[in-house]
Design a binder for this molecule. Structure first.
Ligand code: A3P
Length: 313
């Protein structure tokens, strides 16, 4: 009797090993297929991609894109997803910054993640993490070794992009919204109370992360450079994430209609949706200059923190 049970267990073990080898082979066959690219679309309502059907387990992320909002977080996530060893959470999870989600615990968080094989890297992006004070300690509590990616962009441009997104959301819900200049200026001077302005004060938010994480665990991606030429930024991100260099310049092509780089894999292409790279709401040159002047000192503080500078206005 005991021998029969032992034999059955042995057969089961062999079957499991065989299955996991098959899955790995299947996975490497589809990793750069169009399915794995289109499955990462934020607005996609399609069923799980074949790669997730064939994979084994949902795991907590080994890397998180923490921000900044409107910095190019979606582009970075989609581009990282080109790598065969990376799987990404399609939607923003807002686990660490939304109390209702955080209360659900890590088990719930994991259910928001893609299925992966051992050795694959899970990545999620929630730009709201960067400016939320409670988040750094919570991320650390989950995994003090997690790698953090922060994609930044000229803070003045980011602010206008932020405003444009809110304006667009309000208009689609048939709600009115004040012109940017009215929100930004108070008696001709920059109003520090404007929320989108506060989100562009990168040094303040980064200071909170640096109370918890060392700087070498945070990789700063240049969002403006990613727009102009994505490949060099992706190569640096691969290096930071300890990934073998698999993403190549051939994974990108400039789409003249969109005015941005789009992704190319196995002969199939994908551009980010129309909410990314849309025309910005108008702002007078005078107001924009005031904005640039306002950010000069905060930018300097940010450059000191990250040990490099950016050609911002
Ligand atoms: P704009 O819409 O202001 O141009 P996020 O994904 O964090 O919301 O950032 C959106 C920004 O990503 C866009 O801001 C756009 O400039 C930038 N971006 C970077 N690379 C892009 C790409 N290849 N296609 C579209 N947008 C891209």
């Amino acid at each position: 009797m005991l021998w029969t049970v032992l034999l059955a267990l042995l057969v089961l073990l062999l079957l499991q090993t065989h299955l996991s080898v098959c899955l790995r082979e299947l996975r490497s066959g589809v990793s750069s297929s169009p399915a794995s690219i289109s499955s990462s679309s934020p607005s996609s309502s399609s069923p799980p991609s074949s790669s997730s059907n064939n994979a084994t387990q949902q795991r907590q992320p080994g890397a998180i894109i923490i921000g900044v909002r409107k910095g190019g977080t979606r582009a970075l996530l989609e581009m990282l997803n080109l790598h065969p060893d990376v799987e990404v959470a399609k939607a923003e999870v807002h686990y660490f910054n939304v109390e209702e989600h955080y209360r659900r615990g890590l088990a719930w968080y994991k259910t928001q993640m893609p299925f992966t094989l051992p050795g694959q890297l899970t990545v999620e992006k929630t730009p709201g993490y960067f400016a939320a004070p409670q988040v750094p300690a919570r991320v650390w509590a989950m995994n003090p070794a997690v790698r953090l990616l922060l994609i930044v962009r000229d803070p003045a441009e980011r602010l206008v992009s932020d405003y444009t997104q809110v304006l667009h959301n309000r208009l689609t819900r048939h709600k009115p919204y004040l012109p940017l200049e009215e929100l930004l200026l108070n008696e001709g001077r920059i109003d520090p109370g404007y929320k989108a302005l506060h989100r562009s004060l990168y040094h303040q938010h980064l200071a909170r992360w640096l109370e918890v994480f060392p700087m070498d665990q945070i990789h700063v991606v240049d969002g403006d450079a990613l727009i102009k030429d994505p490949f060099p930024e992706l190569r640096k991100a691969e290096r930071f994430l300890n990934l073998p260099p698999k993403i190549s310049p051939n994974n990108f092509y400039y789409n003249t209609t969109k005015g941005f780089y789009c992704l190319l894999s196995a002969g199939h292409d994908k551009c980010l949706d129309e909410s990314k790279g849309r025309p910005h709401a108008p702002l007078s040159t005078q107001a924009f200059k005031k904005l640039c002047r306002y950010f000069r000192k905060p930018n300097k503080l940010f450059f000191e923190m990250v040990g490099r500078s950016f050609p911002w206005c």
